[in-house]
Design a protein around this ligand. Sequence first.
Ligand code: ADP
Length: 296
Amino acid sequence: MSSQSQEQYQFIESILQQNLGEIGSIQDFQFFYGGNFNLAVRVKLKQGEYFIKWNQGDHEGLFPAEAKNLALIASTSTVPVPQVLGVGQLDEKEYLMMECIPTAEKKDNYWSDFGQKLAQLHHSSSKKGHGLDYDNFIGAAKQVNQWNQNGVNFFIQNRIKAQVDTALYHRRIDGDTNDAFEILYEKIPSIIPNETSALLHGDLWSGNAMVNQHGLVSLVDPSCYYGLREAEIAFTTMFGGFEKEFYEAYNESFPITKGFHERIPLYNLYPLMVHVNLFGEGYLPAVRKILDSYVG
Ligand code: ADP
C-alpha cells in the first residue's frame, strides 16, 4: 500500500471508530471518485457496510447541509435515501458517513415505482412557500434558500439570478449575456406557472439515482428545497437516462401542467449556469442558445 493509501486507510478507520466505537478489522473497501471534489469509499466491516465521503475541508457546511437534506427526504417516507450515521471533521477534512446502499438488479417496475415515489415526495409542500430553513449546496455551488411565497420569483431570484450574478462577478459571462438575462427575468412570470411548493431532491440526474437491494430506487446526494416540481422533472431530461415509464407513472400520480415540454429549457438554465460556474464556459453556448430563443 502506498503511503498515501495508508494515510487514507487510517483516516477511514478513525471515522468509523468515531461513529461506531470498536470496529474490528476492515474486511474490504472500494474508493469512488464520484464528484469533482469529494472522495468516497464503500467500506465493509463484520457488522455491516458503510459509505463515507469527505473533502479537504474547503466547503464548510456542505456535509452538514447534505445530512439535513437526507434527513428531510427520509422524514417524508417517500423515496428511500441512505440513513446518515455521522457527520463531522477529522484532520481538517469534513466527512459524511452513511448507510451503504447494496446494489442489485433493477426490478421490472423500477422506473414506474421511481416515478410514483417522486410524485409522493413532491406532494410534500411547505406553508412557508418556496425555499428552505437553511442554505445548502448543489455540487460545490451554494444554494441560497431564502423563503418566498411566490415560486416563480424564488426561481428567478434564488436560482437563475444567483448563478448569473456569480458568473458575472467572476467574468464567466459578459455584460450582453447579463442584459439578456435581465430581459428574460421580466418574461419568465408569463411563461412559468406559479405552483404550490414541492419538496425537491434538487439534483436529480441519473448518477444520483441508485438501485437498492430491493431492485428499486434509492436517491443520493440531494440538494433539497421546496420549489417548483417542474424544475425537478426538467432536470431529469438534461443528461437523460430516465425511461419513459418514469415520466408516465409520475404524470399519472401527479399530472404536470400542459405546455411543460416548452418550458424545460427555461428550467434547465439553472443547472446549466451552475455548470458554467463550477466547470467553466464550455456550457455557455447552450445557455446562449436558450437565451436567444426567448430574448432574441
Ligand atoms: P459527490 O457528492 O461527490 O458527487 P455522490 O454522493 O454523488 O458524491 O456519490 C458518488 C457515487 O457514489 C454515487 O454516484 C453512487 O454511485 C455512490 N454512492 C453514493 N452514496 C452511496 C451510498 N450511500 N451507498 C453506496 N454508494 C453510494
